[in-house]
Design a protein around this ligand. Structure first.
Ligand code: FRU
Length: 521
């Protein structure tokens, strides 16, 4: 990370010079024509039901919030190029978490301050005084983000009184300045029992989460620190904190503290870890020993998750999204005019398994509305693979070593998604996914432990041109990966030493969100 900031600082100096000298260098690009939009949406590596920026660079999801019937997705974005820089908040809204409408950049780099990751809350009671009440509703949206200068990171706020369409940065910014170079990624939520806002931040190089409290989103007091604990092989980033019931039991709520790590994740580079514990509004206490690390995802491409604020209690879901990439190669992905994809929104739960309480993740049920109507295709022999697919595979316990589904094309490029029996793991093997030289960190095989449940291992596999998300045993083990074949993967078949009847797979084609209008889930 330190290295990245050095590069970043260089880019920043260059761009400031460019701004002063030739305004045109960073002028906002004109909107794409209808023809260009259609072509961009149909690029061979462009996912069809995962969110991607229309063009230019995207990393972390930011400010996920539900407000007035809309889900908002803000994201780390360079409006001027397809590599990291000029960080601003891109913006899109959706009514079903699948069909996203792109909106103009919400928060822009200004006065040499970039807009780093953060969150958005609904200020229901106008505690901030930022809201201009309309009728009986006194609420507005407040964004809490990190302002970045090469030598200083501070927490800042901005507000919107028109459903996030335009934003005003607070004149009293920053709201927290510790004089630190590394202090970022504020996630804010309302703590009902204490009747105050809580902000969760990281001191990245100290491997600490620092909590703050406030009654008005403007004046903050430090509450406590958590860490170091778990994995500390890289900097800590993008924390989040919320309660989740264990096995759906509202009486047994534990708090999940999510902390991302770069580098040091199991598959290399960036990845997520989480802690399970108690939070009394001031202090987080870990239920597990400090050296226990729990990983969010076993693939190489799932980072910087953040959960939605303000999903109504009648819905009751806790949903997060993560960025499907890795800082090892995020700037060099072979998509060129745009870079970065967000995961399918995932519902989070705690489940008690033999090892203890663990996080499980599953795609939102809304995704099922994209399944092309009709019975699923049973995969027995080589079968045509649609560009978007939702596959359920199942293997039973027996005398076999490996059972995998191979997704391939005529160039011999392939990805295998499968299960090995000893050790019992699910894996994604993308070593042969790209026939031309790829980034050295890209080829690899990534695996995560699973368990037999009633003598079976099941996995749901989401494929979307260049994205794979695998949810094994209802999301007890998850693997998220990008795949970059030079031609589309068009065939799927079993490659295994497993006997007939011991492995089954059925597949639904998934429609593109650009062709299919939003349907009610
Ligand atoms: C995580 C991260 C955050 C930071 C943002 C900058 O990927 O490094 O810590 O706020 O990206 O783009």
């Amino acid at each position: 990370m330190a290295k990245r900031w050095v590069i970043v600082a260089g880019v920043l100096v260059m761009s400031v010079a460019a701004l002063r000298g030739q305004q045109t260098v960073v002028r906002r690009a004109p909107p794409l024509s209808a023809k260009e939009t259609a072509a961009a949406r149909d690029e061979p590596l462009r996912p069809q039901y995962h969110f991607t920026p229309p063009r230019n660079f995207m990393n972390d999801p930011n400010g996920l919030v539900f407000y007035g019937g809309e889900y908002h997705l803000f994201y780390q974005h360079n409006p001027f190029g397809a590599t990291w820089g000029h960080m601003s908040w891109g913006h899109a809204v959706s009514r079903d978490l699948l069909h996203w409408e792109d909106l103009p950049v919400a928060l822009r780099e200004e006065d040499g301050i970039m807009i780093f990751s953060g969150s958005v809350v609904v200020d229901r009671k106008n505690t901030s005084g930022f809201c201009r009440p309309r009728g009986a509703d006194p609420s507005c949206l407040v964004a809490i983000y990190t302002g970045f200068r090469p030598d200083r990171q501070t927490q800042n706020v901005a507000f919107s009184n028109n459903r996030g369409r335009t934003w005003t940065k607070y004149a009293g910014n920053p709201v927290i300045d510790l004089g630190l170079k590394d202090f970022r990624d504020p996630k804010v939520f309302w703590h009902e029992d204490r009747n105050r806002w809580v902000m969760v931040t990281v001191l990245p190089d100290q491997h600490k989460v620092r909590f703050f409290g406030s009654s008005d989103l403007k004046k903050w007091e430090a509450l406590s620190d958590f860490g170091p604990a778990g994995a500390t092989g890289g900097v800590w980033e993008c924390p989040d904190l919320y309660p989740l019931p264990v096995d759906g039991d509202g009486a047994d709520n534990r708090w999940l503290l999510d902390v991302d790590l770069n580098p040091g994740a199991p598959a290399g580079g960036s990845g997520g870890q989480y802690f399970i514990g108690r939070f009394d509004g001031t202090r987080f206490v870990n239920d597990n020993p400090p050296d226990r690390t729990l990983w969010v995802d076993r693939g190489k491409d799932f980072y910087a998750t953040i959960s939605f604020s303000d999903i109504p209690s009648a819905d009751g879901r806790r949903i997060w999204m993560g960025w499907i990439s890795n800082w090892l190669y995020a700037n060099e992905e072979p998509t060129e005019t745009w870079r970065g994809a967000q995961s399918i929104p995932r519902v989070l739960r705690f489940r008690r398994i033999p090892d203890g309480v663990r996080l499980v993740q599953s795609p939102v049920a809304e995704l099922d509305t994209l399944r092309v109507p009709g019975p699923p295709t049973s995969i027995e022999h080589a079968t045509p693979l649609p560009s978007g697919a939702d596959i359920e595979m199942e293997v039973s316990r027996g005398d076999w070593k490996q059972a995998g589904l191979r997704l391939s094309n005529d160039l011999g490029e392939e990805v295998v998604v499968g299960v090995t029996s000893d050790p019992l793991e699910v894996f994604v093997d993308r070593r042969k996914a790209r026939s031309v030289p790829a980034h050295a960190e890209y080829p690899g095989r990534h695996a995560g432990a699973v368990r037999w449940i009633d003598g079976r291992v099941r996995a749901r596999v989401l494929f979307d041109r260049s994205v794979l998300e695998i949810f094994a045993n209802d999301g007890e083990t998850v693997i998220t990966e990008r795949v970059y074949p030079t031609a589309p993967l068009t065939r799927i078949q079993w490659v295994s030493d497993i006997g007939g009847g011991q492995a089954t797979a059925r597949m639904w084609a998934l429609g593109s969100v650009w062709n299919a209008p939003a349907r009610q889930p």
